[in-house]
Design a protein around this ligand. Structure first.
Ligand code: TRP
Length: 370
């Protein structure tokens, strides 16, 4: 880890991530054109997050597709550590998971790890993380999932179901494994040390192989799960990884739910969004208009442009014209920010309404222990 100038772990992301190096470091595979074509063949569509490399890496996605083509179904699983309100970066893997679910017509499990965030954050009580779990669940439901094929697991609520599976997993992980993967020390609380087995448990909740769309920072947990799976007679989970979504203040580091200013929450008002983007969104523009017109902006580092690319502008033609105008200096930073503000606010207007409706639906989504 120390040989790189970036760090990616489930609890800490820092520096400017070199994704080629990360793929090597983690031992994952880049999503090839061949896999893209194969997904398209099965779904009849090609998702912009795949096309643009927002989802860039995988483990054994080929196997899942191959099985699917032979008529053998999989199920989907992803999750969220409820350490705060949901921010727009969290929605990336969830929106993509919804697309996969629709296209492949499969079941979906969403795990809210209230225990994990309680263990990991000194300032949070278990009540806090439970409260955020329910808040986060509303955002997930608001994306259009259906209770008939989607279940939400909350760790402290569903421990009765999770524990027997977690126990199978835990028996096959020793302290030196998890220490090696996560850098735990003698001072790490033992909740953290056991935790990977709980994040693994939903992988084995159905008697089918699982595919997990996830932020690449979560890969280390499932590296362990994949080693354990054959030892307990289960298929290895397949993974599809998305890049880390940059914080408003700039590249290097993921959007953190605990840094207020670097974050647009799904509950923010239109004026708050406007203020945050205008004030904090890192700009790839030049220091003044004259230079900007002459030299142009740099969309690669511009956070507003990146948010459009990653999430808010699915239309390739529109995105390209924004890219080209910004790069040539024809479009100013203020104008680019204006486009993003408009996009986020019209998304949030609908999202916040659905989030309200979700309050009446949440019961139907909660996984019931058997
Ligand atoms: N540990 C994850 C987080 O902090 C939450 C999580 C639980 C998760 N299960 C998952 C994330 C499966 C991705 C896939 O956000």
């Amino acid at each position: 880890m120390s040989t790189e100038d970036f760090v990616v772990t489930p609890w800490h992301v820092e520096g400017e991530i070199d994704y080629d190096k990360l793929i090597k470091q983690f031992g994952t595979e880049r999503i090839s054109d061949e896999i893209l074509a194969r997904i398209k063949k099965n779904t009849g569509e090609d998702h912009f997050m795949l096309r643009r490399g927002v989802f860039f890496s995988h483990r054994e996605l080929n196997r899942v597709l191959e099985d699917y083509e032979k008529g053998k179904k999989f199920f989907l699983y992803t999750g969220r550590g409820p350490s705060g309100h949901t921010h727009i970066g969290h929605l990336v893997p969830w929106v993509f998971a919804k697309w996969l679910q629709d296209k492949f017509d499969v079941n979906m499990y969403f795990q809210l790890t209230d225990d994990e965030k309680f263990y990991a954050k000194a300032e949070l009580t278990l009540e806090d993380t439970r409260k955020f779990a329910y808040e986060n669940a509303l955002d997930f439901i608001a994306l259009g999932f259906k209770p008939k094929n989607t279940k939400i697991i909350i760790n402290t609520r569903n421990i009765q179901t999770l524990y027997p599976i977690a126990a199978q997993v835990a028996k096959k992980i020793n302290f030196s494994n998890t220490k090696g993967v996560f850098g735990f020390t003698n001072e790490t609380n033992i909740g953290m040390i056991f935790y990977t087995s709980l994040q693994s448990a939903p992988c084995f909740i159905e008697d089918k192989p699982v595919l997990i769309p996830l932020g690449v920072d979560q890969d280390p947990h499932f590296r362990i799960t994949r080693d354990v799976a054959p030892k307990i007679g289960k298929p290895k989970p397949a993974l599809i990884h998305n890049i880390m979504i940059p914080a408003l203040e700039g590249p290097g580091g993921k959007m953190s739910a605990s840094s207020e200013n670097g974050t647009v929450y799904t509950t923010d008002s239109p004026s708050t969004v406007k203020k945050k983007i205008n004030k904090y969104a890192f700009s790839g523009g030049q220091p003044d208009v004259e230079q900007h017109r002459k030299l142009g902006g740099n969309p690669d580092v511009d956070v507003s442009y990146q948010y459009l690319r990653i999430f808010f502008e699915p239309d390739d033609k529109k995105l390209k014209s924004i890219h080209d105008d910004y790069k040539s200096g024809k479009m100013l930073t203020g104008e680019l920010k204006g486009i993003l503000i408009e996009k986020i606010n019209s998304f949030l207007e609908v999202h916040q309404e659905k989030r309200e409706t979700a309050k009446d639906q949440i019961k139907q989504f909660l996984f019931e222990n058997k």
